[in-house]
Design a binder for this molecule. Structure first.
Ligand code: HEM
Ligand SMILES: *[C@@H]1O[C@H](CO)[C@@H](O)[C@H](O)[C@H]1NC(C)=O
Length: 320
């Protein structure tokens, strides 16, 4: 026993310590939020969001993908404070997050969040934050197109700042090390990153991305390129060629078979740790669902505003 202990180097002790601190840090953030935050102040809040999302996603399943991406892009930048939902103020000197490269022209589902907000302002004015609406909507989208659910803590408040220069989202051309650094800098683990990447089992990408993964399966590459050429390369193509509207672990099979459009997705095979997770998830839907749900909850606790910080926006696109 003593000998084993002696084998743990200082470096390992330090990294274990920092990992523990990081875990404590996210638990702290999660503690600020709580399950059923609106139980007394707006009991119908989660149901109102669910009904709105359900209607929109039934009419257009692509909206589930749009909403999941909104949640990721909001929480990753300046925390889950609905900063992504703020539109650029006309004639103002600075642009909002919405105008940044990864967002401009490709965000879907903003109007669904606005619809839910409008209904909530009638039912319980000035009570439910846009940040929480988005967190509920991402959970509901997961449920509708994935067939599984999770309880998501709430109590987030809305920020008053949205700045194009702060958008530091990962790029589809990132290699594994850069991706890992990007996620860890936000307080998410590499495991979280692999589990969350399964979101690429739904939705679409612009045809401009089809040449991004140089090791794309040649037959698949040919098919996608030809389809995109027909749309004059201005169209989009499904991220998951097998089950485009089903949130499942098909993504991990696609990674293994080199049928993922982005080299960032492909890079999950570039380390033993991430490749092992890819294999595990490709074989075990339950394992992926559990880890995805847990990672979505952690994503939803990044840099949240609670208590008296921030505000409860009246409309999600503009600050009060
Ligand atoms: C790991 C790093 C990631 C990179 C590099 C990345 C990159 C991208 C890119 C380039 C697109 C296509 C956008 C377009 O055509 O303009 C996309 C779409 C999408 N991403 Fe990611 N993404 C990442 C992680 C995530 C995560 C963590 C989630 C959610 C949990 C997510 C959810 C989605 C969804 C659902 C779509 C489809 C959106 C739609 O159909 O409207 N992505 N992603
Ligand atoms: C799949 O994952 C679940 C959850 O982690 C686990 O309980 C189960 O034993 C796994 N199944 C197989 C076949 O490995």
């Amino acid at each position: 026993m003593m000998k084993m202990y002696g084998m743990i180097t200082w470096f390992m002790k330090l990294s274990i310590l920092s990992m523990l601190l990081m875990a404590l840090d996210t638990t702290e953030a999660q503690k600020q939020l709580k399950l059923g935050f609106y139980r007394t102040t707006c009991p119908a809040a989660e149901k109102i969001v669910r009904d709105t999302v359900s209607k929109a996603v039934t009419a257009n399943p692509g909206m589930a993908a749009g909403i999941l991406r909104l949640y990721f892009h909001d929480c990753f930048v300046r925390g889950c404070d609905a900063s992504l939902l703020l539109k650029t103020v006309p004639k103002s000197a600075s642009e909002s997050e919405q105008d940044a490269g990864p967002n401009a022209g490709t965000l879907r589902g903003l109007e669904i969040i606005d619809q839910a907000k409008a209904k909530l302002e009638t039912a319980c004015p000035n009570t439910v934050s846009c940040a929480d609406i988005l967190a509920f909507a991402a959970r509901d989208s997961t449920n509708i197109v994935g067939g599984f659910s999770y309880a998501i803590p709430s109590g987030r408040r809305d920020g008053r700042v949205s700045n194009i220069d702060e958008v530091d989202l990962p790029s589809p051309s990132f290699d594994l090390n850069t991706l890992k650094k990007t996620f860890m800098a936000k307080g998410l683990s590499v495991g979280d990153m692999v589990a969350l990447s399964g979101a690429h089992s739904i939705g679409r990408a612009g045809c401009n991305f089809v040449a991004s993964n140089p090791s794309l399966d040649p037959t698949y590459a040919k098919a996608v390129k030809s389809k995109c050429r027909k749309s004059g390369n201005s169209g989009t193509t499904n991220l998951d060629p097998v089950s485009a509207n089903r949130l499942d672990s098909q993504y991990y099979l696609n990674v293994k078979q080199h049928k993922v459009l982005f080299s960032s997705d492909q890079s999950l095979l570039d380390s033993k740790f991430t490749a092992t997770l890819v294999t595990k998830y490709s074989r075990n839907l339950t394992a992926w669902r559990n880890d995805f749900a847990a990672a979505m909850i952690r994503l939803g606790s990044l840099d949240v505003l609670t208590g008296t910080k921030g505000e409860i926006r009246k409309r999600c696109g503009v600050r009060n």
